[in-house]
Design a protein around this ligand. Structure first.
Ligand SMILES: Nc1ncnc2c1ncn2[C@@H]1O[C@H](COP(=O)(O)OP(=O)(O)O)[C@@H](O)[C@H]1O
Ligand SMILES: Cc1cn([C@H]2C[C@H](O)[C@@H](COP(=O)(O)OP(=O)(O)O)O2)c(=O)[nH]c1=O
Length: 190
């Protein structure tokens, strides 16, 4: 079972992942981008260099291809929980590129391995503003509030269009309430 936690920047994904690590000790936890050694180098470039949108897209795809081959495929019989996935890959890039092209590129990069279930932590505008004001911004976050809210909608649209089952969870619920909902669904799968 391959499960992804999705949500725009500051939605609370890594907070939830840290809790799940204690609760599902036998699961394999991954993160995109930058889980593999190669991925760490890719992160450096994506977040610090001024590169074109197309070059950025290919770097995210290269990172995903490496993670699928080296981590997801060998562990596919286990519970895999990922901080971001192909859903982010498509949702961020569809602001700039054609959806069907992105699906094809991602199918090629992953050999068609997409998450079986996705949680999307959804932020309202006020909460997003307040959370973003509390952190330093990388290249992508600097693009703004409206941009990020669009991406959030793109995530939902992407799950619908790819027919991947998903659950929306309001990101302004308490950390404990979100954890409870995620745990409940995962426990039904394992
Ligand atoms: N449910 C929540 N309620 C209030 N604050 C939260 C909640 N979840 C996370 N946070 C805080 O919001 C910020 C972003 O959370 P984080 O887990 O890093 O998000 P992401 O990994 O999605 O970028 C952190 O300061 C974190 O402590
Ligand atoms: C996986 C992926 C992420 N992204 C973006 C989303 C985020 O802005 C950034 C990842 O940032 P990161 O710091 O890893 O995560 P977070 O903000 O959730 O703590 O890269 C893409 O644009 N395309 C992708 O394929």
């Amino acid at each position: 079972m391959y499960i992804a936690l999705e949500g725009i920047d500051t939605a609370g994904k890594s907070t939830q992942i840290e809790l799940l690590k204690k609760e599902f000790e036998n699961a394999v936890f991954i993160k995109e981008p930058g889980f593999t050694k190669f991925g760490e180098k890719i992160r450096e470039i994506i977040f610090h260099d001024e590169i074109t949108k197309k070059a950025e897209l290919f770097l995210f795809l290269a990172d995903r291809a490496e993670t699928v081959e080296k981590v997801i495929k060998p562990n596919y019989n286990k519970l895999i929980i990922s901080d971001r996935s192909v859903i982010s890959g498509i949702a961020y890039a569809m602001e700039f590129f054609d959806f069907d092209l992105l699906v094809n590129l991602n199918r090629f990069a992953t050999d068609g391995i997409f998450p079986n279930f996705v949680f999307i932590l959804t932020l309202d505008e006020e909460t997003l503003k307040s959370r973003l004001s509390q952190k330093e911004h990388d290249n992508i976050e600097k693009r703004g509030i409206k941009y990020l809210l669009n991406i959030q909608q793109n995530m939902i649209d992407t799950c619908n269009r790819l027919e991947i089952p998903y659950q929306l969870i309001p990101a302004n619920s308490t950390i404990e309430a979100i954890n409870f909902r995620i745990k409940k669904v995962i426990s039904e799968f394992v």
